[in-house]
Design a protein. Structure first.
Length: 153
């Protein structure tokens, strides 16, 4: 990978991180508040609106990645990529919530909000066709697992 391509990759992954560090907590809080005020039906209705909007935001954030991720070359491919990044990232975020509820110290509220975008950036990195980027993404996951299992308690 050339230096320019590495910089573009880092910039695009930073865009995914920033997008989801803002969008994921907002949707999560909206679903929580809707459920608190209106019950399960309201929470599900809010999620039914919030999740597609968030995936749509990821589709837009994936548009600049067309030159880096072959899957993002078409609108249909970007939609599939965005759905996969959302699903994998949400699983990672839920793992982080589980670790936090189990007593792992994840820092202040500001740090936890910033950490919310990390699983989505890691998921997006797995789609970059460069083995070093993918290996780095796996290293981030491994570091999180080690921290949660050993250091964070």
């Amino acid at each position: 990978m050339t230096r320019d391509r590495a910089a573009l990759t880092a910039l695009r992954l930073l865009l995914i991180w920033a997008t989801m560090a803002g969008a994921a907590p907002a949707v999560g809080i909206a679903v929580f508040l809707a459920g608190w005020g209106g019950g399960v039906g309201a929470a599900l209705a809010t999620a039914a609106v919030g999740v597609p909007l968030t995936v749509g935001v990821l589709v837009l954030a994936g548009t600049p990645a067309r030159s880096l991720v072959p899957l993002c070359g078409t609108a249909r491919g970007r939609s599939g990529w965005a759905a996969a990044v959302f699903l994998l990232g949400t699983l990672g975020a839920l793992a982080g919530v589980g670790a936090y509820l189990a007593g792992v110290d994840l820092g202040s509220a500001d740090v936890r909000v910033a950490l919310t975008g990390v699983p989505y950036a890691v998921a997006a990195a797995l789609f970059v066709p460069d083995r070093w980027v993918r290996l780095s993404a796996v290293a981030v996951v491994a570091t999180g697992v080690v921290y949660g299992g050993v250091v964070g308690r």
